[in-house]
Design a protein around this ligand. Structure first.
Ligand SMILES: Cc1cc2nc3c(=O)[nH]c(=O)nc-3n(C[C@H](O)[C@H](O)[C@H](O)COP(=O)(O)OP(=O)(O)OC[C@H]3O[C@@H](n4cnc5c(N)ncnc54)[C@H](O)[C@@H]3O)c2cc1C
Length: 450
């Protein structure tokens, strides 16, 4: 049986990150990826005619200050980035798009309230954030906010951060954490979300750099090779099994999302050694977020704003709205003068998983899109309708963020580790995956005294 110092399951951000960091310290590693390409959920697809479409928006929160960029730098990689996001635009009841402050139309007292709230968030310590991890955003807003306009704004921000649809199910700790770290790198309090960027050429640019980093370090990357079974016997890692055979390693890092893990890691087996963990793993499987909507290519820009376009509720649809004109940040991904836009509605996994609900929602949603962008049908080149369940890992609900997250290692099963956006790590999806990779590699190396 071929053996390695460490085997990694999955070649997304987390898997390639852990693999490279372990190679750096002299471990002989192999990454097994079921797909024929790297990237996992952070992937770019090409359409004939010069279109490059990210799976979803793939905005990197905090851009060059992000955990993703920190990981790239540790791996000695620089990638080209778009310019910064220029804040939020909101869809108003009167059918127009308005910049954040104009939409909020705050009184002097409310403006002060928003500034005070941002000041409090900006100064929040990690201990305060830990305290709020098990508190809902609704409760935080009841505690801290009087103005209903500011409360709605915060709910929209929380939704954009977490893709969760109600403030009751958004963790206040995660809301404060992401907001705080944004404030610290933003240019103005009126633009609290300006430090968001996209890799130029799509998220594939970032993943290509990570793949190169892993290969340059001598790692063995096995694409198109699903792991069928991770065997844990008598509480110890034994082997991983592929269609071609079994491989052994004292360390196995599962860098696949939790809903995949339960297919190849037996929870009955795990329950003998770590019953509480196995129970939580099973319970968490469907605790995630979901969205549906359209990716469209148009022959002329529908809008030129370099902003996140949003609304707490889409009129007539009742779900939160997220829109991004990707080509307004990156004109390398479409034919000259053309636009790629992502137009999404967040929903619960139960809603989005229901084909009838989805069909009705997409029909109603498209009617609203036509009102929002009157030229959309005239200029449409292509439209892809889609949906995703499991956008950025485990949901960031009260009691599921920070120290409540599933750990990157289990003391009960030496050698078994986890990395990715379902496990310890904070922030918007890709940043959770990147930070979790760094935390996981550190844990493995510390346990080996390296
Ligand atoms: C539509 C959409 C939009 C998004 N938008 C954003 C955004 O704007 N900003 C942001 O920060 N994040 C966004 N995300 C989230 C982001 O894509 C993820 O958080 C990130 O890619 C997670 O990386 P990961 O390495 O943890 O997991 P993944 O990317 O899921 O990688 C896991 C890998 O494991 C592999 N795997 C699974 N099972 C097996 C097996 N049995 N054997 C071998 N390999 C296996 C998978 O094929 C996959 O390649 C979005 C996600 C989606 C789906």
């Amino acid at each position: 049986m071929e053996s390695y110092d460490a085997i990694v399951v999955g070649a997304g951000i987390a898997g390639l990150g852990v693999g490279s960091l372990l190679q750096d310290k002299g471990l002989k590693t192999a990454v097994f990826e079921k797909s024929k390409v790297v990237g996992g959920r952070s992937r770019t697809f090409e359409l004939p005619g010069g279109w490059r479409i990210d799976m979803g928006t793939h905005c990197v929160d905090q851009g060059i200050h992000s955990s993703c960029n920190k990981l790239l730098r540790v791996l000695g990689k620089e990638i080209p980035w778009s310019h910064n996001l220029e804040g939020f635009m909101f869809y108003d009841e009167d059918g127009t798009w308005k910049p954040m402050m104009e939409y909020l139309n705050l009184t002097a007292v409310e403006k002060q309230e928003l500034l005070d709230l941002q000041k409090w968030i900006g100064a929040a310590t990690d201990e305060i954030i830990d305290h709020y991890d098990n508190v809902s955003l609704t409760k935080l807003l009841d505690e801290k906010v009087k103005s209903s306009k500011i409360a709605e704004f915060c709910k929209t921000v929380g939704m954009v951060q977490t893709t969760l649809t109600e403030s009751d199910i958004i963790s206040a700790g995660e809301f404060i954490h992401i907001y705080r770290d944004q404030i610290r790198v933003s240019v103005s309090p009126d633009l609290p979300f300006n430090a968001v960027r996209m890799p130029l050429g799509g998220v594939a640019t970032m993943m290509a750099a990570m793949e190169a980093a892993y290969r340059e370090r001598g790692g063995t990357l096995n694409l198109g090779t699903p792991i069928r079974k991770v065997n844990v016997r008598k509480g110890r890692m034994t082997e991983v099994v592929t269609d071609e055979g079994a491989y052994s390693a004292p360390v196995v890092v599962i860098a696949a999302p939790i809903w995949n893990v339960l297919r190849f890691l037996s929870m009955d087996e795990m329950a003998q050694f770590a019953p509480a963990w196995a129970k939580r793993m099973k319970e968490s499987e469907f605790e995630t977020s979901a969205s549906t909507g359209f990716t469209i290519g148009t022959r002329a820009p529908l809008f030129n704003d370099k902003c996140y376009l949003s609304a707490w509720r889409i009129p007539g649809v009742g779900l939160p709205l997220q829109i991004l004109g990707h080509t307004n940040f990156d004109d390398t991904i479409a034919p000259p003068g053309h636009m790629i836009a992502f137009i999404g509605a967040c929903g619960t996994p139960a809603q989005i998983g229901n084909a009838e609900f989805r069909k009705k929602t997409l029909e109603q949603f498209w009617e609203v899109v036509k009102k929002m962008f009157p030229n959309v049908e005239r200029d449409l080149v292509w439209r892809q309708d889609g949906f995703t369940i499991g956008i950025d890992g485990l949901s960031r609900s009260p009691g599921m963020t920070g120290r409540y997250r599933l750990p990157v290692f289990l003391p009960e099963v030496p050698g078994l580790y986890f990395a990715g956006d379902c496990y310890t790590g904070r922030g918007v999806g890709m940043n959770t995956a990147a930070s979790s990779a760094m935390i996981c590699a550190e844990e493995i190396l510390a346990r080996q005294g390296r």
